[in-house]
Ligand binder design. Sequence first.
Ligand code: ATP
Length: 451
Amino acid sequence: MSDLVTALEVTGALGAAGGLGYAKARAPRVFWSLVGLPVARVRFMVTYRATMDVCGLTVQPSRLRAFMVRNVARRPDVQPVPPQVRRVRGSSTGMNVTLRLPAGLEPADVAAASERLRHAWGVHSVHVIETKPGFIELRMTGYDVLRRVRMPRRLPRGLAAGPLVVPVALREDGTAFVRDYRKIPHALTLGANQSGKSMYQRNLIAGLAKLPVGLVGIDCKRGVEQRGYAPRLSAFAVTPDEASGLLDALVGEMEDRFDLLSEYGVADLWDLPARVRPVPLVVLVDEVAELFLTAVKKDEERRDRMVMQMIRLAQMARAVGIYLEVCGQRFGSELGKGATMLRAQLTGRTVHRVNDKQTAEMGLGDIAPDAVFAVTTIPPDRPGVAVAGDSSGRWSRIRTPAMTPTEAVAVCRQYAHLTPHIPALEPFRPVIPAEPAQVMAPLVKPMPVTE
Ligand SMILES: Nc1ncnc2c1ncn2[C@@H]1O[C@H](COP(=O)(O)OP(=O)(O)OP(=O)(O)O)[C@@H](O)[C@H]1O
């Protein structure tokens, strides 16, 4: 009898262990919330002081504190002081700890020890973010959140503010990566074939489509990527000739908007009264090399003019609510005169896997040199992973959630009623492709009804 009980107990224990192992691999969120987080919390609390000491993240106490310890608390040994823990918060992906740094420690000291902290507390990663002077947040993830991306349901308070904020991907610290057009008006996305550029664009367009903005598409691969988004596009160009005309029209629109600002005596579109404020425009340029492709001398003139018009837009159009979102495999001097000057204006950078270090440098070398190495380590079996940086020098690894072209097209159709008519861009208004059901309709003839 006792043998049977033991056997049942062993089987039960093995089953539970197997179940936990399965949950860890297949449902890491659930596993983390039920098991990982409670264990990590206890481990953190119990080992905090010793870990900080071992990692060299303690400082000698002030004279006043040393005096109090010796004379009030009557303890002969005065211990070095670690950063003060202000808050510990768990989430479905990790644990965030707010620390107040003592004088003598700076965020870079803690960041330099992040790998050792990760190891000590048994978490997947530790990221150090300075939240305000003297305070940092340790963002720990319990598992590899980029393996299967699930966007957080809510944006953090600081990120959600603003009319033109689009969550596009997940950062490796478990927070959302957003495109905030008012903070970073123009951006460049680079990546080799099959690295995940289209997936990034899809997520971006699906997010933008729901906002009160006008979208302009330039896709010189004959529109294969963007054609499906036509219901939500106010203007669309699929050849370099059309694109050239469209860029001229956009520059004209920019100049008209400047006249409006001047009439109201303001310097920014967002300072205009809402009733006269023109709708913001996001210009999405897919595969920029196709746009600047030249075969004969005459094409070169057109290309140089387009580069010039784009530079004008990139330099000035932010103030009138026109933003550029450029995507390509490379973006260097091979794209013609002025291309590097244009690139310098596109300060939001997202670089997917690339074929050579030079392309990574093109994307991030001028704004976040440390990030170049991170790009070269993106594994080919993880499409959609990229390194995103901006002119603040900050960067992080991100990955977009998987979204099919059909899903992105469906969002554009659903929000087609938000597509604004921009009179200056009317000649470039796209023809809306028929829905698959409508294409099929003539083939399915109703049967004649016989009495
Ligand atoms: N975030 C992601 N998660 C999962 N799979 C992804 C992700 N991003 C891209 N993929 C997959 O990787 C493949 C290539 O993606 P995508 O078409 O976006 O790359 P691309 O850089 O646009 O390629 P190309 O330049 O050849 O058009 C697709 O099969 C896509 O489903």
